[in-house]
Design a protein around this ligand. Structure first.
Ligand SMILES: *[C@@H]1O[C@H](CO)[C@@H](O)[C@H](O)[C@H]1NC(C)=O
Ligand SMILES: *[C@@H]1O[C@H](CO)[C@@H](O)[C@H](O)[C@H]1NC(C)=O
Ligand SMILES: *[C@@H]1O[C@H](CO)[C@@H](O)[C@H](O)[C@H]1NC(C)=O
Length: 383
């Protein structure tokens, strides 16, 4: 491990000195069509970064966005306590600042390294591996123009990313123009699913494109899904309360005299049941809101370029835009301080009163997601 960091640091230094001395900028790495830039996260992107550091300050500032940057979207530039975008009028001002590129790329190299180590751990094999099925290919959206694949992980603020890809694909000229009901309508929004391509076209894109997705603490995500689908249901999707909730209650409610709608406890018992698949099949694709990241995105089968963390979105969003080569086209709205931070109080509140046995069973199912993405085991809930 240490040797690898030292070697990497040495590489950065040598390249940096070389560039300062000769003022030589390798045009090769500027060519967006060189697949290598997106394929080899370690060395080639490192060079790209050093090259960017050499560019004079004015040139690194984002151009006046032809998309009307995300910040000018009147519809959803605000965020609620779950980090979900909410409708509002007040707009924060957006900006892309590259703080410490070397530190950033080390963070991401480490994340990918952890991921591949956990993928190789045979004890976790069942929790970290899945097949690249149609279900997975349905989760991945394609931006051919900029050679980007984005795997959707609901409840992690994905709508913003989808909107930007829709605009980059050209169906709409700015984010403001995308009607709310079109964002998730993939027949009409010009953002195709990877599953809509032939096998060879799928393989080509998986091999060559920049691939990313976003994760957050797995239990916080489940709380967010529960609130969004069964408590608030802001998009008026009646089937969650009228079909799915009764189905879960029938099988998992302990207290038969309890007549309230779906409680978090019922939800936890369903998710932690090793035989949950029996109900999953009946619920169809709606399960995307609570199945594991492993089942959604196949992170051990597909070699993702970057995995963003909701908890560090302030750093990760601009990094992803830069790595995907679209930072000159879009910027990310300023995220209000504290909004993406893990809220232990909230997690404790939701799990209070739920039996340790049920929580441990839930953790047993989601352990792969915790380990693969470096989330700490929630020992305050398990012991
Ligand atoms: C993994 O899954 C296989 C097939 O479903 C099963 O036979 C095996 O016991 C599981 N292994 C572990 C460690 O759970
Ligand atoms: C069952 O639910 C009812 C109605 O909410 C409640 O009054 C009762 O205390 C609950 N029983 C147990 C054992 O939790
Ligand atoms: C954490 O969640 C609790 C309960 O939902 C809430 O009252 C509190 O304001 C949240 N804390 C932060 C820092 O967001």
């Amino acid at each position: 491990m240490h040797h690898q960091w030292l070697l990497l640091a040495a590489c950065f230094w040598v390249i940096f000195m070389f560039m300062v001395a000769s003022k030589f900028i390798t045009l090769t790495f500027k060519d967006p069509d060189v697949y290598g830039v997106k394929q080899e996260p370690l060395m080639l992107t490192a060079m790209t970064k050093v090259e960017k550091i050499q560019v004079p300050e004015e040139k690194r500032l984002p151009e006046e966005s032809q998309l009307g940057s995300w910040t000018s979207a009147p519809s959803d530039a605000r965020w609620d306590e779950d980090g979900q975008p909410v409708v509002g009028k007040e707009q924060p001002t957006g900006k892309v600042i590259s703080e410490d590129l070397m530190h950033q790329s080390l963070v991401h190299v480490k994340r990918i390294e952890l991921l591949s180590n956990v993928c190789r751990d045979t004890a976790l094999r069942n929790l970290s591996h899945t097949t690249i099925s149609k279900f997975v290919l349905d989760r991945i959206f394609v931006c051919d123009k900029h050679k980007i694949l984005f795997c959707q992980t609901p409840k992690v603020g994905n709508t913003q990313w989808k909107k930007v890809l829709i605009v980059l694909n050209g169906a709409f000229s700015s984010i403001d123009e995308i009607p709310e009901n079109i964002v998730h309508d993939h027949e009409k929004n010009g953002l195709p699913r990877l599953s809509s391509f032939s096998d060879s076209e799928i393989q080509k894109r998986l091999n060559l494109y920049f691939k990313f997705f976003i994760v957050r603490d797995p239990f916080e995500r489940l709380i967010s899904a529960f609130k969004d689908k069964f408590v608030h249901n802001p998009r008026f999707e009646p089937w969650y309360r009228h079909e799915i909730a009764p189905g879960i209650i029938r099988k998992y409610r302990k207290n038969r005299t309890e007549t309230r709608g779906l409680q978090f406890e019922d939800f936890v018992r369903y998710l932690g049941d090793p035989n949950h698949r029996w109900l999953d099949v009946q619920f169809g694709d709606h399960i995307i809101h609570w199945v594991t990241y492993v089942e959604l995105c196949a992170p051990c089968e597909i070699r993702y370029s970057v995995i963003g963390h909701h908890e560090t979105l302030e750093d990760d969003a601009p990094y992803i835009l830069k790595e995907a080569g679209i930072d000159h086209l879009v910027s990310y709205p300023t995220i209000p301080p504290g909004i993406t931070v893990y809220n232990k109080t909230k997690v404790e509140h939701y799990f209070s009163g739920i039996s340790k046995r049920d929580i441990r069973r839930l953790y047993a199912r989601f352990e792969g997601d915790f380990k693969l993405f470096g989330y700490r085991e929630p020992d305050f809930l398990l012991n």
